[in-house]
Design a protein around this ligand. Structure first.
Ligand code: THU
Length: 161
């Protein structure tokens, strides 16, 4: 038996003025997308904004449904939009944020397990890591170099016969 370890580097940003302008504008775009979320059941409005390697910006927000499991997360709405509008074009950076009803969100949001799986498939189909910016409206934010870092032992198409 051999002990192995999984670890990855990420960045914590407490002062948003340290961010490059293109990251700040992506966060603003994600915030705007969150304002358009359809989240009448959870009141948890998530917005995602991606900068593609060709410079285009793609948005997504969560779209809920009276039949709860039908609802789709912001990240997967965005991935579908990206794949349809710019087929084969990789995502450079994806910013994710959220809005609460009663106060400003103040800690980073993290993609759910299903979205991590979807992000991983997108990374592998265009062969490019997706850099993540995870943020609330205020407070620290986190930057992850590649979404695959958040999904160790991922199930991928190579596993299929
Ligand atoms: N949600 C997202 O859109 N993205 C995430 O990263 C976490 C959760 C949505 C799903 C549901 O509409 C609401 O947030 C509450 O879970």
């Amino acid at each position: 038996m051999k002990k192995e370890q999984y670890q990855f580097d990420y960045y914590r940003v407490s002062d948003r003025t340290e961010l490059p302008p293109e990251d700040l504008s992506l966060l603003i775009a994600a915030n705007k997308a969150a304002q358009e979320a359809y989240a009448i059941y959870s009141n948890f409005k998530v917005g995602a904004a991606a900068r593609l390697v060709n410079g285009e910006i793609i948005l997504g927000s969560n779209q809920e449904n009276a039949s709860y499991p039908v609802g789709v997360c912001a990240e997967r709405v965005l991935l579908g939009n990206a794949a349809v509008q710019f087929p084969g074009i990789a995502i450079e950076t994806l910013a994710i944020t959220y809005l609460l009803m009663d106060r400003k969100s103040d800690s980073p949001v993290s993609p759910c397990g299903m979205c991590r799986q979807a992000l991983s498939e997108f990374e592998s189909r265009v062969n490019h890591p997706i850099r993540l910016i995870l943020a609330g409206e205020v407070g620290d934010l986190l930057i992850v170099n590649a979404s695959i870092d958040l999904l160790p032992f991922v199930f991928q198409r190579q596993h299929l016969p």
